[in-house]
Write a protein that binds this ligand. Structure first.
Ligand SMILES: Cc1cc2nc3c(=O)[nH]c(=O)nc-3n(C[C@H](O)[C@H](O)[C@H](O)COP(=O)(O)OP(=O)(O)OC[C@H]3O[C@@H](n4cnc5c(N)ncnc54)[C@H](O)[C@@H]3O)c2cc1C
Length: 459
């Protein structure tokens, strides 16, 4: 393509992360002509700096714990040490294979993949260097970046998840600033790798967006793992001197560590990209959309982390697919955000879908809950994990929330999501036979109990 050339497509997607590439793939699959603009690596945050590398680290952490704890199962094992170059080789290998696979999918889909930094220069045009890509529709999918706090400069021993993913050693002492999903996942990894870990969270509890019961169970499990949790405590500043980072809390208390991980949330990548100039409405930097993900500018859509709501890869995939189908005229049903499943992959895992108990109590006059303790679940006892399955329903109505805590419970989210998404009643689920002994059985047993016929349920 000569410099300065102008090409017209059905869809121009700006950003090749989860939301952008899903949109491009679905649009191409529907026979639309598509350009996908990406300035860094196809796959975006999720593949290169998010979901995949962190879950590889969490798996290495589980292997370390298994080696350390073999004697609990009568197996003589010893844990020697973590070889970060080996861990990174494994993690990077997983990412590289998936990246290659994704590149293959995009090229097979005959998407015009344009490398470079794009900018919205008109409601129907993205410029990349000298090129102008014109689209009947433009989809903004530029993702998010790790935030920091005022006065807290990232560098040296103060880092975000991005730098923490490339560490070549295990720090002896880590302070994690922020007890949200990313913070607790890294706290879990570092602890399993042998670091002393303190989590500092300004809100009164860890993973504050989750059901309060799940937060309490996680804090209990973290304390058992000797992760120090300082919730309801505000950070006031941090300094680096030599090999030590000193964190000062409001009230003057100081904590020392070898590494400070800043995990205080992610902001939208929307500044300086022409969105403002073209008239795309925004709120605190996020692009606001209607339920069909259309921005205030006709023909311009937005998907993924730049749209206010859950910052999750599968939400981005779903939004990308939705927009492609909408553009193709398939009239898809809008995505119900409360039905989007959430998994936090620390040890123990938290998996949830639908309303928390507090949210249900705000919405309904009468709410019923049931907590099934994994103590009664054979497979969880075999795995030696503690936790629960908590169901939330409107009194005499369908189940509107499922909250699970325990090792590997993330794998149970699929059925939970169907129950909430299909507005299942406890009796509907109770009539389905769940395989024994599985952790999935705990979901079945919770519904049996809520339907009034408990089996292995301890009061
Ligand atoms: C540490 C961590 C762990 C996570 N774990 C999970 C998890 O387990 N499960 C889960 O569901 N989610 C997880 N997430 C969240 C998930 O990664 C994001 O929700 C997802 O990547 C959002 O997709 P997106 O397409 O909106 O943005 P991104 O994936 O950020 O992609 C945006 C893309 O746009 C490109 N871009 C930006 N500006 C331009 C420009 N001007 N021109 C061209 N290209 C541009 C960027 O380079 C990037 O590739 C995690 C995130 C982090 C940071």
């Amino acid at each position: 393509m000569p410099a300065g050339a102008e090409t017209t497509y059905d869809v121009v997607v700006l950003g090749g992360g989860s939301g952008g590439y899903a949109c491009a793939l679905r649009a191409a699959g529907l026979g639309l002509s598509v350009a996908l603009v990406e300035k860094a690596k196809l796959g975006g945050t999720c593949l290169h700096q998010g979901c995949i590398p962190t879950k590889a680290l969490l798996h290495a952490a589980e292997v370390a714990d298994t080696a350390r704890e073999g004697s609990r199962f009568g197996v003589k094992t010893t844990f020697e040490s973590i070889d970060m170059s080996g861990v990174n080789r494994y993690k990077d290998g997983v990412v590289a294979r998936l990246h290659k696979g994704l590149q293959g999918l995009v090229s097979a889909a005959t998407i015009d993949y344009v490398e470079g930094e794009g900018r919205l220069v008109a409601p129907d045009t993205v410029s990349v260097g000298e090129r102008r890509l014109t689209g009947r529709h433009v989809v903004l999918a530029t993702g998010s970046f790790p935030r920091t706090l005022p006065g807290l400069t990232i560098g040296g021993r103060i880092m975000t998840s991005e730098q923490a993913l490339t560490l070549d050693h295990v720090p002896a002492r880590v302070i994690v600033l922020g007890g949200g999903v990313i913070g607790v996942e890294f706290a879990s990894v570092f602890r399993s790798f042998g670091s002393e870990v303190t989590v500092v969270e300004a809100l009164p509890r860890l993973v504050a967006a989750e059901d309060e019961g799940a937060s309490k169970q996680l804090e209990r499990a973290f304390r058992k793992r000797k992760i120090v949790v300082r919730a309801g405590v505000r950070f006031s500043g941090a300094t680096q001197l030599g090999d030590v980072v000193t964190v000062t809390l409001e009230g003057g208390e100081t904590l020392e560590a070898d590494l400070l991980l800043v995990a205080v949330g992610r902001g939208p990548v929307t500044e300086g990209l022409g969105y403002d100039e073209v008239g795309v409405a925004m709120e605190r930097g996020f692009v606001t959309t209607d339920a069909r993900l259309q921005t205030s500018v006709p023909g311009v859509y937005a998907v993924g982390d730049i749209v206010p709501g859950l910052q999750l890869a599968h939400r981005g995939f779903a939004q990308g697919i939705f927009v492609a189908e909408d553009i193709a005229g398939l009239q898809p049903a809008p995505i119900d955000e409360t039905g989007i499943p959430r998994v936090t992959y620390c040890d123990p895992e938290i998996a949830s879908v639908g309303l928390t108990e507090a949210q249900a109590r705000e919405k309904f006059a009468d709410v019923e809950t049931y907590e099934y303790n994994l103590g009664g679940n054979g497979k969880s006892q075999i795995l030696q994990t503690a936790g629960f399955v908590k169901l939330v329903r409107e009194k005499d109505g369908p189940v509107v929330g499922v909250h699970m805590v325990g090792a590997r419970m993330g794998e149970q989210i699929g059925e939970a999501q169907l129950i909430v998404g299909w507005e299942g009643f406890p009796a509907d689920v109770a009539s389905l036979v769940h395989a024994h002994p599985t952790q999935n059985e705990a979901l079945g047993e919770a519904h049996l109990a809520l339907a009034g016929k408990p089996l292995h349920a301890h009061a």
